[in-house]
Write a protein that binds this ligand. Structure first.
Ligand SMILES: *Cc1c(COP(=O)(O)O)cnc(C)c1O
Length: 390
């Protein structure tokens, strides 16, 4: 049976070229990058090279890239770091209702410790209103943080405009770019960003490696204390193979950018067209223009996304409901709720993400299986247009 993975926003497979770069650093070139003999220096120079590769993808300087254990760590670091370093200036942070839980739960923690958090709303299409941002700023605001690309509905936000507003008020600006990296153009200098979070496993690199871009000249306290790794800013013996893999994945993302975007969006659009044409009572969430190239978020009325997911799994098709993080809880997705989608409809929502290994045949197969699955579930459902329910 065909196996189709349409959950590239949850994670991506490591590309062969990436794996090949990583392999020598497990057994042969296993040196600790802090050691002064040759194998240590080899590991150190591998880290330097990866730092250049990641920096180049976002037009940063290599010395502005700090490797972390994941994207979540980069998000945590910025929030704790700015909250601590700027506490004399103020205790107010502005973010959005649709952030990843790595941001939201850290904000909730800070709120318990005296910080005030403003969560900007999104409209029914997933967009932010920049006037809301202007209105939220006070003289106690120390950080504005908005994700570059939403992980559930794929909306791309105007970070350059947001950064311009932050600059005008002398406020630092962070973006969680984990979903944006490799999917939308990123130039931290042009965009005027102070902090940017990244993760390797969303761009065909390994899991357990992330990075924080921190603009030169900014100082925030460390999150992980210990040795002098990462220019003294992030302790812990570096994950050399993982970082080497992140570097290679970043290089490939830069070189294949146009091709990746064209491929993912063409297949995503094909999937959207076929679903809308062949399955009744569906609704696409989020605007289609400023959107992650691979993201498609669809509500199938009268049935549950969780059931669709499990039945599709029997056809060896991988999709997710809303976001991977909320799929283990029964809480409706906070992002769809922020769009104004009702709880019943949120429960019928599935997120598909196409990527570099998706083919047209995959899309045909998924739509065929989806038609069967949706019909089966709707036949069983007490809800529906011809069942006296709406
Ligand atoms: C995946 C993701 C993260 C978390 O990255 P990890 O490396 O898995 O910790 C953070 N933010 C967004 C938007 C994500 O999609």
């Amino acid at each position: 049976m065909r196996e189709v993975y349409l959950d590239y926003s949850a994670t991506t497979p490591v590309k062969q070229e990436v794996l090949q770069e990583m392999l020598p650093y497990f057994c042969e070139k296993f040196g600790n990058a802090s050691s002064l003999y040759t194998p240590g220096l080899e590991a150190k120079s591998a880290l330097d090279h990866a730092r250049e590769q990641v920096a180049e993808l976002i037009n940063a300087k290599p010395t502005e890239i700090y490797f972390t254990g994941c994207g979540s760590e980069a998000d945590n670091w910025v929030l704790y770091g700015v909250a601590d370093a700027y506490k004399e200036k103020g205790n107010h942070i502005i973010t959005t209702v649709e952030e990843h839980h790595a941001m939201l739960h850290t904000c909730e923690y800070l709120a318990k410790h005296g910080y005030e958090i403003t969560y900007l709303p999104i409209d029914a299409e997933g967009r932010l209103n920049l006037q809301d941002l202007e209105n939220a700023i006070t003289d106690r605001t120390i950080l504005i943080s908005c994700m570059l690309v939403n992980n559930e509905i794929g909306t791309v936000h105007p970070i350059k405009d947001i950064a311009a507003i932050a600059k005008k008020h002398g406020i630092l600006v962070h973006t969680d770019a984990v979903q944006g990296l490799g999917n939308v153009p990123i130039d931290v200098k042009d965009m005027g960003i102070d902090f940017l979070s990244m993760s390797a496993h969303k761009i065909y690199g390994p899991k357990g490696v992330g990075a924080l871009y921190m603009r030169k000249g900014i100082r925030i306290p460390n999150l992980i204390h210990g040795g002098a790794q990462e220019m003294g800013k992030r302790a812990g013996t570096e994950n050399v193979p993982g970082i080497v893999g992140f570097g290679k994945a970043a290089e490939l993302a830069r070189l294949n950018f146009a091709q990746h975007v064209e491929h993912a969006s063409r297949l995503r659009n094909l999937l959207a067209e076929k679903i809308v044409a062949e399955i009744p009572d569906v609704m696409i969430n989020g605007e289609m223009e400023e959107r992650h190239p691979g993201n498609l978020n669809v509500t199938f009325k009268y049935i549950e996304g969780e059931s669709i997911l499990l039945l599709l799994d029997q056809y060896h098709i991988c999709v997710s409901t809303g976001s991977a993080c909320s799929s283990k809880s029964l809480k409706p997705s906070h992002v769809l709720a922020a769009l104004g989608v009702s709880d019943e409809l949120i429960h019928g929502t599935v997120r598909f993400t196409t990527g570099d290994f998706t083919t047209e045949e995959d899309i045909d197969y998924v739509v065929e299986c989806l038609k069967k699955v949706v019909k089966t579930l709707r036949d069983l459902s007490p809800l529906g247009p011809d069942k006296g329910w709406k």
